[in-house]
Design a protein around this ligand. Structure first.
Ligand code: DON
Length: 652
């Protein structure tokens, strides 16, 4: 690799000459001069990240950033540097720069026969694409993207949290990796109740006691160890370099950091030191964020392997700090943590097959039960936005989420009647109870679990397909944006303990669920809604998608799946399409602006639905890939709900 300074100078000259599309949010489709990023896509709307209210997951606002802002960022030294480092990693594969590009950017989709990575940060997508160019497969790219997001997308990208990965190899075999966080040995079922026995939301919103034992590093290592092709250090290295060298903040990320440093992180000096602007002033777009402590931890993980995190100095650092702040995670908890390979939840729908995540994610079950009901109701013969379609979608979602509340938790601790829940027969029984003219009552349907008498952002999903057709669908999280707010050994710790049922036996008509399967037990994984999914058709790969958004996730993912499989939409249209949500309780449907006309919304209200209208583009963030197996062509569409997102293909 050439010295960084030299590469930076070359890159600066080359990329500042790159032609750009003007003003529309789209980047040029022309291939830039050799050595500069190519195959780029993407529009970049700005979004305000905030810790959202408990009853309104994932509220965001938007404004357009002109296209030029993506790569005019090469004016900024750190961006030049990082893009160059990734480029240098890419060229290490020795491919000719003159080769005809197998990549084109059509209207807002990146089309490639050599693989695509789509994530919430374009530099993380670039890190993954660099692995593909280097001869790595989709799993190498996914692991590199996940580590890079821990640097460039700090609200949710992580090594201090957990998640789920679905892997489908080109030969059709598929598996899932569960790297969900676990309850520490010192946890108890009622540890988040106050002296009066009431749920104390603040106890899991932030701080040392909110964190579950992180699973990300073990999960990524398991995926890489079983399926990766490149050396471990190579796939971690892009993240190390991003953290050590820094990267240019976009204006939305600068604003988000200023806000979180002044609020959530303010109580934790190490967190302010990591994410505050040195000198105490405000970040602005174009500033360079360097994360040297995170770089040190990532470098140790790259050089020593995952044991650096679970039994080495990082584990020591976590346990010492935990003890000092009355936290729960011990060295023994970390040493005992294992990721688990599990069978996917599978089902068929309208001629497609779904490969989804099983418990402790509720995502696969909720999506399959929803799709089976929709199939029984012959949804494929209906239009996306008419009143009957929306009524039926809300009714089936209500029922699927009720079974989520009733049954779901960690399968290592509870019996879950999964086979029945995802069967066609059970779906037919459920739809028999749907009234086509009137909304049902969630309270009436769920009275067996209701006690007579909230999840929040942030998470991130990315999708990867390589030239051979191997696919990875990965969603991982810190729970809230920036997790617990606590930085230890350079990284943010999750506040995932809040996903457990906090008051055993207490299920109300708001957000509280108290069913036994998801009550806190030491060593148990908390229930999740994360729903990475892979859809196939006739045994061939078709769609890779997933999303953040707490309990809205299965409904968001289904919106994309239904767009492609039922409503005849292209990928961009399916990702852009307005989304709706119902989760049984609270008994209110939320709809993104544009979901339906005022007349249709009025008709739904007349049927008895409580409808809350949300801002446009406020639900989820589904970075997706559509695949055509006949031509081995992948189309990547980033979700414009995410300001820094991007699709990237390997440079040739
Ligand atoms: O695992 C879960 O379901 C939640 N912890 C996910 C949180 C989330 O998606 C927030 N993101 N927007």
């Amino acid at each position: 690799m050439a010295p960084i300074a030299q590469i930076v100078r070359q890159q600066h000259t080359q990329t500042t000459e790159t032609p750009m599309a003007e003003g529309t949010g789209l980047l040029a489709t022309r291939r830039p001069p050799s050595g500069a990023p190519s195959g780029t896509v993407v529009s970049s709307p700005a979004r305000r990240h905030s810790r959202t209210e408990r009853d309104a997951p994932d509220r965001r606002s938007f404004s357009l950033i002109p296209a030029a802002s993506m790569y005019t960022s090469v004016d900024r030294p750190s961006a030049v540097c990082v893009l160059t480092l990734l480029a240098a990693l890419t060229t290490a594969c020795g491919r000719s720069a003159d080769r005809v590009p197998a990549t084109t950017a059509t209207a807002e989709e990146l089309v490639s026969t050599t693989g695509v990575v789509v994530s919430a940060h374009h530099l993380a997508s670039e890190a993954g694409a660099a692995m593909l160019a280097k001869g790595g497969n989709a799993i190498d790219a996914a692991v590199a993207t996940a580590f890079a997001l821990a640097v460039t997308h700090p609200s949710a990208g992580n090594i201090g949290g957990g998640g789920f990965m679905i892997i489908r190899l080109a030969d059709g075999t598929a598996t899932t990796i569960d790297y969900r966080e676990k309850a520490p040995a010192a946890s108890t079922p009622t540890m988040y109740l106050d002296a009066k026995g009431m749920i104390a939301p603040a106890a899991t919103d932030s701080g040392w006691r909110a964190a579950g034992v992180p699973g990300t590093v073990r999960g990524l290592a398991m995926a890489h160890g079983k399926f990766g092709r490149l050396p471990w250090a190579d796939v971690v290295m892009p993240a190390v370099l991003l953290a050590e060298q820094g990267f240019a903040l976009s204006a939305p990320l600068a604003t988000e950091l200023n806000s979180v440093v002044a609020t959530l992180l303010a109580s934790f000096p190490a967190s302010v030191a990591a994410y505050g602007k040195p000198g105490g002033s405000k970040w602005v777009g174009g500033d360079t964020l360097r994360l040297p402590q995170l770089g040190r931890a990532l470098r140790a993980i790259a050089e020593v392997g995952p044991d650096a995190f679970y039994t080495g100095w990082i584990a020591d650092s976590i346990s010492v700090q935990m003890r000092a702040h009355r936290g729960l995670i011990s060295r023994a908890d970390l040493a005992a943590y294992k990721a688990v390979e599990r069978e996917p939840v599978r089902g068929t729908f309208n001629g497609y097959e779904l490969i989804a995540m099983g418990p402790p994610s509720s995502g696969g079950m909720v999506m399959m039960l929803t799709l089976n009901q929709l199939e029984a109701l012959q949804i494929a013969s209906r239009k996306r936005s008419d009143a009957m379609t929306l009524h039926l979608r809300l009714e089936v979602a209500r029922r699927a989420y009720l079974d989520r509340a009733r049954w779901m938790g960690d399968p290592d601790f509870s019996e879950i009647p999964l086979a029945r829940l995802v069967s066609k027969e059970y779906a037919r029984e459920l739809v028999a109870g749907i009234d086509t003219q009137h909304a049902s009552s969630s309270a009436e349907l769920g009275k067996d679990i209701l006690t007579p008498a909230t999840e929040t952002p942030h998470t991130t999903h990315f999708s990867v397909v390589d030239a051979a057709g191997n696919a990875v669908s990965n969603t991982y999280t810190l729970e809230n944006g920036y997790g617990s707010g606590v930085v230890v050994a350079g990284f943010l710790l999750n506040n995932e303990m809040g996903d457990f049922n906090k008051k055993p036996g207490y299920t109300d008509q708001g957000w509280a669920i108290g069913t036994p399967a998801n009550v806190i037990v030491p060593g148990k994984r908390m229930l999740s809604s994360m729903s990475p999914v892979i859809v196939t058709q006739g045994g061939a790969l078709r769609l890779v998608t997933g999303s953040p958004g707490g309990r809205t996730i299965p409904n968001t993912v289904l919106n994309v799946v239904l767009g492609v499989t039922v409503f005849g939409e292209g990928l961009r249209a399916a990702v852009d399409a307005p989304r709706l949500h119902h989760q049984w309780m609270p008994d209110t449907a939320s709809v993104e602006a544009g979901t339906a006309t005022p007349e249709v919304l009025a008709a739904l209200r007349t049927m008895g639905h409580q409808i809350r209208e949300e801002p446009a583009r406020s639900q989820g963030d589904a970075h997706s890939i559509l695949y055509d197996a006949a031509t081995h062509t992948a189309r990547g569409a980033n979700d414009k709900r995410s300001p820094d997102s991007g699709a990237r293909a390997p440079r040739q």
